[in-house]
Design a protein around this ligand. Structure first.
Ligand code: 13P
Length: 244
């Protein structure tokens, strides 16, 4: 993959006033693709202020229209110029009951409207301790493959986010990341997906001081950044670390 992709995930953070500063400071870094995934109410604000940085959302409905109170469709996201949407983040899986198949349906719904899904996979600490990391991410991916098919998966972005590394300050080590990323690429190839075209991001406590070593790991095509994406200087430092 030539250029890496670094995407910020603001999660449930922001205000109109605070966002202005953060968005204005989030200037494009040459040599890396950048995206910012903001809460739904701030899509218009972000769309109007971002220059050379792609806009993304953090969730999307599997449905396109109808009696689904509280849902936001891919068509609506496309209306605001979203290029990416995060689907299957572990927080949505654990706290909001999203299962593997639903994640697949959401990814497909996004793709149908021309939005690139960033599909998150990752194991819990107990699963890692039990040696199940690869089988968990394989199960999560298999559901997406079953719903969407190999061609569609080949046009998605994947994000490996070990649950135990998210928001904990405890990043996975480069060796752990390398093992799973290589495993994911092999899994894709073994299941008929053209894996060389799939960007696989790493997410989980990426900070300016560990970004360079994480991005140097083979098969790491960028990062999905939570907490550090809320501090413009840190986000930009991480983006600069991703420049080839
Ligand atoms: P942190 O960078 O805060 O660990 O969050 C990672 C994440 O969940 C990005 O989606």
């Amino acid at each position: 993959m030539s250029k890496k992709l670094v995407a910020g995930n603001w999660k449930l953070n922001g205000s109109l006033q605070a966002n202005d500063q953060l968005l204005d400071a989030s200037v494009a870094v040459p040599g890396v693709d950048m995206a910012v995934c903001v809460p739904f109410p701030y899509l218009a604000q972000a769309q109007s202020r971002l220059v050379g940085v792609a806009l993304g959302a953090q969730n999307v409905s599997e449905y396109d229209a109808g009696a689904y109170t509280g849902e936001v469709s891919a068509t609506m996201l496309a209306d605001f110029g979203c290029r990416y949407v995060i689907v299957g983040h572990s927080e949505r899986r654990a706290l909001f009951g999203e299962d593997d198949a639903m994640v697949g349906r959401k990814a497909l719904a996004a793709q149908r409207k021309g939005i690139v899904p960033i599909v998150c996979v990752g194991e819990s600490l107990d699963e890692r301790k039990a040696g199940l990391a690869m089988s968990v991410v394989g199960r999560q991916l298999a559901a997406v493959l079953e719903v969407a098919g190999a061609d569609a998966v080949g046009r998605m972005v994947l994000a490996y986010e070990p649950v135990w590394a998210i928001g904990t300050g405890l990043s996975a080590t480069p060796a752990q990341v390398g093992e799973v990323h290589a495993g994911l690429r092999a899994w894709l190839n073994a299941h008929g997906v053209a894996a060389s075209g799939v960007r696989i991001l790493y997410g989980g406590s990426v900070k300016p001081d560990n970004a360079t070593e994480l991005f140097a790991v083979p098969d790491v095509d960028g990062g999905l950044i939570g907490g550090a994406s809320l501090v413009a200087d840190d986000f930009l430092a991480i983006c600069r670390a991703a420049v080839a």
